[in-house]
Structure formats: C-alpha cells, structure tokens
Design a protein around this ligand. Structure first.
Ligand SMILES: *[C@@H]1O[C@H](CO)[C@@H](O)[C@H](O)[C@H]1NC(C)=O
Ligand SMILES: *[C@@H]1O[C@H](CO)[C@@H](O)[C@H](O)[C@H]1NC(C)=O
Ligand SMILES: *[C@@H]1O[C@H](CO)[C@@H](O)[C@H](O)[C@H]1NC(C)=O
Ligand SMILES: *[C@@H]1O[C@H](CO)[C@@H](O)[C@H](O)[C@H]1NC(C)=O
Ligand SMILES: *[C@@H]1O[C@H](CO)[C@@H](O)[C@H](O)[C@H]1NC(C)=O
Ligand SMILES: *[C@@H]1O[C@H](CO)[C@@H](O)[C@H](O)[C@H]1NC(C)=O
Ligand SMILES: *[C@@H]1O[C@H](CO)[C@@H](O)[C@H](O)[C@H]1NC(C)=O
Ligand SMILES: *[C@@H]1O[C@H](CO)[C@@H](O)[C@H](O)[C@H]1NC(C)=O
Length: 721
C-alpha cells in the first residue's frame, strides 16, 4: 500500500542525488456517483457570503453576487506552454524556423521511451547528413527504435559502475525507467500528439517547443545514481556526434567551475558552437542556491503558466468555490458531511474521522503534513486552506482533495461553524487557461547570485516549470490511486528540470532561423527580449517572496519570449577567449583554467578582468574597505552587434534604481549596416553600504523605429555570493 512518489525535480547528481520521496498510506473511500445536476462556479463578495443555505437563483439575486459560469470542463491546449509562450502556427518563431527543422537537440538525462507518440517521425525531415551519432542497442532497446525524430541513443554508466560496483543495472540501455528524460525530451522537441491528457486534466494536443527538431538521448541519470564522469563522457560524445543544442536538467551544489563537470564539458561544446542550456535548480527561494552558474551556458529559472488544474467544492448552502486540484478520481455530486479539523496536525484525531470531508486550515505552511495525515486516515476527502507557495507539490492527491486560499477558505469554515449538519460535494478535472497573473517565479526555483562566478548574473531567464504536461515512460507509474500504481503516456510534473528543455527547444528554433549565430548570440537574444511583465502587464511576481515583484536574482531578465528573440536587434557576443579572460580575472591558476579549457593555448593577459561582454549587469556593494570613501562606483564595458537588417539608431533608456545612479556613455548608438559593432560603458554609483538586500533596474537600448527594445537587467546587491 505504500507508494513512494518522487517529485522528479531537477536531479542533483553524484553523492547528492536527491529524489524527494513522500510516502502515503491510503484507504480510499469511494464517493457514490449520482446523476450530475447543473453546477455553477459562483464568484461571491466574501463580505456578503450567505450565512445559510440558498438556492442558486436566490444567490444570483443576493447583494454579494458577482458572477457565475456554468461548470463545463474547459478545453485547453497541451502542452499549453507553447501557446503561453506565444508560439503560433502561421507567424513568428515557429514558421520562421520551420519549427526547428534540421536542428539536433541532445538531451543528457535519464533515457527515453522510444515508443511514445511524441517521438514518432511522422512529418519529420531527413536525418542531417552531418550527423555522426548512433542508436546504440542495449536491454530492451534495439536499433530499429530510432527514427527520423529520435536519431541518436547512447548510455553511459561506466562511471556509475566503477563508483558502485555492486549495483545491478537492470535496464542497461537508453530506455528510460524513470520518466524524467522522456518528459524533458518531449518538452524540447516532441512531435504532435492529439488527445493528450493527464487523466482528464490538460486535455489537448501535446507538442514540444521545436516540434520538427531531431532528438538524441544521452543517458547518464540511472536509478542507482549518476556520476560526473558519465556526464562528461556523454557531453563529449554529443559534441562528436554533431548536436546543435544540449539540454541539461541537473546540476551540483557549490563547486568551483574547475571542478564542475557541467562547466568543463560545456566549455568544449561552446568552443564548437554548440548551445548549452541548463536548469537553475530547485533549492529556492534562498539566495545563492543557483546551480550551473556558468558564464558560457544559459541558466533557466522556473515559473508558473496561466493554466490551472481545479476542483470545485459546493457547500450545502449552494456556494461553490474553485480550488486547485489534480485528483484524478471521478467527481461525485453526493453530499458528504464536512468537518473542520483546524490544522489537521493531530493524526490520532484524524483517524477517528471516517466518511467525512475534512477541512484543514494551514497557517504555517504545513500543508504537506496535512495532506500526508489525511492520506493516512479514512477521510472521504479533504479541503486544504493554505497560502503555501509550494502547492504544485501537493495538489496531486490519491484521495478527493482541493486547495483553497486562506481568504476563500473562510467561507467554508464560516459555513461549517454556522450550520448544524454541514455538507459538501466535490467535482474534479477542470482545466482553466487564461489565469492571471502569470507567469510568476516559482518558489522552489534556485536564486542567484552564482557562487561559482558571482560577477555574471544568474539565472539568465525564466521558462515554464510548474505543472508541465509531457510524455512519460511506461515502466514508472505516473501516480497512485487507492492501492494501485497507475501508468500513463503523459505526466504532469514540476521543477526547473521542466523549464530547461523549454529554453533548449527555443534555442533550437533560433538556431534554425539563424544557423550562423554563436551560442552567445542565441543566449543574448533570449535574455534581451525576455519579458519582465506578466499577463496583467505588471512586474512578474515572485511566489517565493510573498508575490512581491521578482528580482533578476530569481528570474534573470524575465520570461522567455521566442518570437521577440527571433529578432533581437542587437546582440552581446562573446568568444571562448573572452570566457578565459574572465577565468583569469577570477584569479584561477593556469592548472585550474586548463581543467576547463583542456588546452594550454589559452593564456591570461594583463590586465585581467571580471567584465564579460554579457547582456546583464550585477554589482556587489557593501564594501568593507574604509579607504573607498562613501561612494562606490562599478564600471562595465560592453560591445553590441547590430543584427537588424539595416542601419539603426539606438537610444539608452535606464530604469531608475533607488539610491543608485546608472550612467551610460555614449547614450546613443548609430549603426550604418548589419553586423557593425559599437561600444559603450555603464557605471553604477551607490552608497558604500547599501540598505536593501537587492536593488534592480534595467538598461534598454531602444531603436528609433521602436521595433527593438534590447533590455538588460541591472542588479546591485549586498547578498554574499
Ligand atoms: C464587496 O463588499 C464590500 C463591503 O460591502 C464593498 O466595499 C466592496 O466594494 C464589494 N466588492 C465588490 C467587488 O463588489
Ligand atoms: C527490435 O525490437 C522490435 C520491438 O520489440 C522488434 O519488433 C524487432 O524485431 C527488433 N529488431 C531487431 C533487429 O532485433
Ligand atoms: C559490495 O560487495 C562487496 C563484496 O561482495 C561487499 O563487501 C560490500 O559490502 C558491498 N557493498 C555494498 C554497498 O553493498
Ligand atoms: C551494458 O552494456 C554495455 C554495452 O553493451 C556492456 O559493455 C556492459 O558490460 C553492460 N553493463 C552491464 C552492467 O550489463
Ligand atoms: C470514472 O468514470 C469512468 C466513466 O464512467 C469509469 O470508466 C471509471 O472507471 C471511473 N473511475 C473510477 C476510479 O471510479
Ligand atoms: C492568501 O492568498 C490570497 C490570494 O492570493 C491573498 O489575497 C491573501 O492576502 C493571502 N493571505 C495571507 C494571510 O497571506
Ligand atoms: C584577484 O587578485 C587580485 C590581486 O591580488 C585582487 O585584487 C582581486 O580582488 C582578486 N580577484 C578576485 C575575483 O578574487
Ligand atoms: C555590510 O556591512 C556592514 C557594515 O560593515 C556589516 O555589518 C554587514 O554584515 C555587511 N553585510 C554583508 C551582507 O556583507
């Protein structure tokens, strides 16, 4: 009866492979099914919530009535994320890049389920002639399982086996036994799959970001663990095979660049012109937790999207409330007794409750424990009243449950307290799109600054990571239901692991549209066109910081915008020599630099500098050196390249930063033709010791025609990296 549910997060590897495990003991009390009456979602003014039972028509005429909608399951697009990112069939980045045609994305992950419809090659172009990869056979995986979509499959476990000689590798092949790699691959470049859904949630057509790109899987994440040596071997092989883009949804805690296998192997990839994207990690919302803070690769934070998975509770008085839910069982219109159990922290008390829907109020972010307690009891259902910013991890329950915000929950508590025999019915499997505000930065998404390279702002951008639907493996259950493991072709999971392949897919589209662009140019285009605003045109909010405006230490430049990235106007380019100059500026020894570059041909020249030609700015204040006086000035030097089609005239616009003076010289740039370069200097002047932890603003180069806004976040902070 005990089923371990893994949260399938961004997988940290080596000794630190952490799969979040939760254990549930379930006794499922089935709800009796009655013919469905009409149900409405009623929006009431809480201050005017009826105190006693009312019929719907009376409710409609009562003073606090605001609006109602007939409750029909809303039809949504899956993977809705492509639509949320603005990708359309007839205009913008998709048609301009032929949907990623001829581009090869290599995923270094847990393998792939080749039979998934996401990896069918219907409609795919021929395998590019330059491809040198192979479809390596192994346990349950033969050559014929590759096709024009999945063009390469390799597995790497020599490192694992030499570190853990005793482990038994049952699936000694690229076949995915976990699900993670199948999910990330289909998110990046899955083919179209009609009729996708997660047991009725998120119904629609699934597709990846670059639906016509080819995929190659390099399996390094094994059930028994993952090792740096296998990761390096996999990336080295991907480079030789000829991938264009590499997606890495894992990382390490607190290692310097010269000990970080991702930094080392991705440097070689960058040298060959291969774009590398990585996930920021799931250790937020604390500062300094970002993984993969590597100057030459893209670092992707995770956010929410405008899609909500809901259930409805209808109280005995006719009031209906919409809450979050991913419960996959059937709805029931029968009314069940409702009982308020305060914080649901007394398991013995909960165990005495049978066949009732318990209501739990969570004032201390204990909702995870409450759900666990409820699952260990014989309750008929649960209503969890919580403002937890980690609900993504709890909404998938194996008993009927939904989650209400603290304020809305008062209607339920108030009703129970004023009614002698309170009852409620619950309905599930409602998918809503168009939710506002969205996106928000997810609380779990790791935050900068990067401890491995503080002078470069990380993460770079944000992409969808919360409750993402994509394909799954058939050997790993997607959920449990009562006492049974359930399997399915799709799964909805959460993490920066899910954000990274979105960005990698967008990089493939950009590569398809601009085959000559360097990895730095593609990264720059994604950063300078990212949206700092949500779908209400307000600053993107941070779930990990009480919904306050998110800082670039949480979301980088903002939410990825593929259509704008297609035509960024200006780019900040960088060569491998520039990265080496930065390593020299970090005072790395020649040996340490060589660990990364694998070559003695790179030399440090004087003076070295921490200033890389990067499309964002971060400066650390709170100097302790008293000799610096009251003011501190940080200087940056940048070179921008005109990638617009014609001559252009740009003006600098600086978003003010309280307490700091940002100066840009010159503040106008003229370009006579395409690919022309121009230099400018940016300085940040501020008090030696700053009060706030983080202050942020931006520099935007705006062209005279208003067609391009080339925006860079500017961050000053006293957070120690
Ligand atoms: C809700 O009721 C309060 C108090 O009666 C009133 O001030 C407020 O304007 C109402 N809100 C809406 C959205 O009608
Ligand atoms: C490969 O596997 C498929 C499916 O199991 C099978 O039909 C086919 O015969 C196998 N091919 C070879 C060459 O073993
Ligand atoms: C591995 O096998 C060896 C030899 O059989 C044994 O001594 C050791 O305890 C095993 N290690 C683990 C972790 O099981
Ligand atoms: C896995 O397969 C590879 C290649 O076929 C083989 O060399 C290796 O010995 C196998 N490892 C295990 C643990 O079976
Ligand atoms: C839910 O309803 C469907 C259709 O009536 C039925 O096939 C399915 O078995 C039900 N599921 C459960 C868990 O009762
Ligand atoms: C809980 O969340 C709701 C909706 O976001 C908000 O209006 C309310 O102020 C929050 N309450 C607390 C105590 O944080
Ligand atoms: C590198 O060394 C120089 C000279 O000792 C020092 O001024 C500078 O602060 C050091 N830089 C870093 C990033 O540690
Ligand atoms: C900033 O400087 C003040 C005064 O020297 C010191 O007390 C404080 O710990 C410093 N904070 C950080 C984050 O370095």
């Amino acid at each position: 009866m005990c089923k371990a549910i893994s949260n399938h997060l961004h997988l940290p590897f080596m000794a630190k492979l952490l799969l979040e495990l939760m254990c549930f003991f379930i006794t499922f009390s089935a709800l009796t099914s009655l013919p469905q009456p009409d149900t409405y979602i009623v929006h009431m003014n809480l201050s005017a919530m009826p105190k006693h039972t009312l019929e719907f028509t009376i409710l409609q005429n009562s003073p606090g009535y605001l609006s109602s909608i007939r409750d029909v399951p809303v039809i949504a697009h899956t993977t809705h994320t492509s639509r949320f990112l603005g990708l359309r069939l007839t205009t913008g980045a998709w048609p301009s890049s032929n949907f990623g045609k001829d581009v090869i994305i290599g995923l270094v992950d847990s393998g792939i389920w080749p039979e998934s419809e996401s990896f069918s090659d219907v409609g795919m172009g021929e395998v590019p002639a330059r491809w040198k990869g192979r479809c390596v056979e192994g346990t349950g995986f033969n050559y014929s399982m590759c096709n024009k979509k999945l063009i390469g499959a390799r597995f790497f476990n020599k490192g694992l086996l030499s570190n853990k000689p005793n482990v038994t590798v049952l699936m000694n092949s690229t076949r995915d036994t976990d699900g993670h790699g199948t999910h990330t691959s289909s998110t990046a470049a899955g083919n179209y799959v009609k009729g996708a859904s997660f047991f009725g949630y998120a119904k629609g057509t699934a597709r990846g970001m670059a639906p016509r790109s080819h995929l190659a899987m390099y399996k390094v994440l094994w059930d028994a663990g993952a090792y740096a040596s296998d990761v390096i071997a996999a990336i080295d092989q991907a480079i030789v095979d000829g991938v264009d883009v590499i997606s890495l949804s894992f990382g390490l805690d607190g290692v310097p660049l010269y000990e970080d296998p991702v930094a080392m192997a991705s440097f070689a990839a960058t040298e060959k012109g291969i774009f590398v994207g990585s996930s920021a990690g799931n250790e937020g919302p604390w500062f300094g937790t970002v993984h993969n803070g590597i100057p030459w690769i893209l670092n992707v934070a995770a956010g929410t999207i405008d899609r909500n998975f809901n259930g409805i509770i209808t109280l005995g008085n006719g009031v209906s409330l919409l809450g979050s839910s991913l419960y996959i069982g059937n709805s029931s219109q029968s009314r069940l007794p409702l009982v308020f159990m305060d914080a649901c922290d007394n398991l013995d008390k909960l165990k005495q409750v049978t066949d009732k829907v318990i209501v739990c109020e969570d004032k201390k972010e204990f909702v995870g424990i409450q759900v666990k307690n409820a699952a260990a009891s014989r309750v008929a259902g649960g209503v969890f009243i919580s403002n937890s910013s980690y609900l993504e991890f709890f909404v998938e329950t194996s008993f009927p449950a939904l989650f209400l915000h603290l304020q809305e929950g008062q209607a339920v508590i108030g009703y129970i307290k004023k009614t002698s025999n309170p009852t409620a019915s619950m309905q599930f499997k409602l998918t809503q799109v168009g939710g506002k505000p969205a996106p928000k930065v997810a609380a779990y998404s790791s935050r900068g600054p990067s401890s491995s390279c503080p002078s470069i702002l990380k993460p770079d951008i944000m992409a969808p990571g919360s409750l993402v639907l994509a394909s799954w493996t058939q050997t790993s259950p997607v959920t449990d239901f009562g006492a049974n493991d359930l399997f399915g072709e799709f799964n909805i999971i959460t993490g920066t692991s899910m954000a990274c392949p979105h960005a990698a897919g967008v990089a493939a589209i950009l590569k398809g549209a601009h085959p000559k662009w360097s990895p730095a140019a593609i990264r720059s285009a994604m950063i300078t066109t990212a949206d700092p605003f949500d779908n209400t045109l307000s600053a993107i909010k941070d779930l990990g910081d009480h919904d306050k405006p998110a800082s670039p230490l949480a979301m980088g430049a903002g939410h990825i915008n593929p259509n704008k990235a297609l035509d960024p106007g200006l780019i900040y380019d960088a060569t491998t020599e520039d990265y080496v100059k930065l390593l020299c500026g970090m005072n790395y020894s020649a040996e340490q630099i060589q660990m990364i570059t694998k070559s003695s041909s790179y030399k440090c020249s004087n003076p070295s500098s921490l200033d890389l030609n990067y499309p964002s700015f971060i400066a650390f204040f709170n100097a302790t050196d008293a000799s610096l006086g009251k003011k501190l000035v940080h200087n940056f030097q940048r070179t921008v390249t005109n990638v617009g089609d014609r001559k252009a005239h740009y003006t600098a616009k600086v978003a003010p930063m309280t307490g700091f003076k940002v100066n840009v010289v010159p503040n106008r740039l003229f370009f006579e033709h395409k690919y022309e370069k121009r230099n400018y200097k940016l300085s940040i002047e501020g008090p030696k010791v700053m009060k706030e932890l983080v202050v942020h603003g931006s520099l935007s180069w705006v062209d005279a025609e208003g067609r391009h806004v080339v925006r860079s976040p500017v961050v000053v902070t006293r957070v120690k990296p």
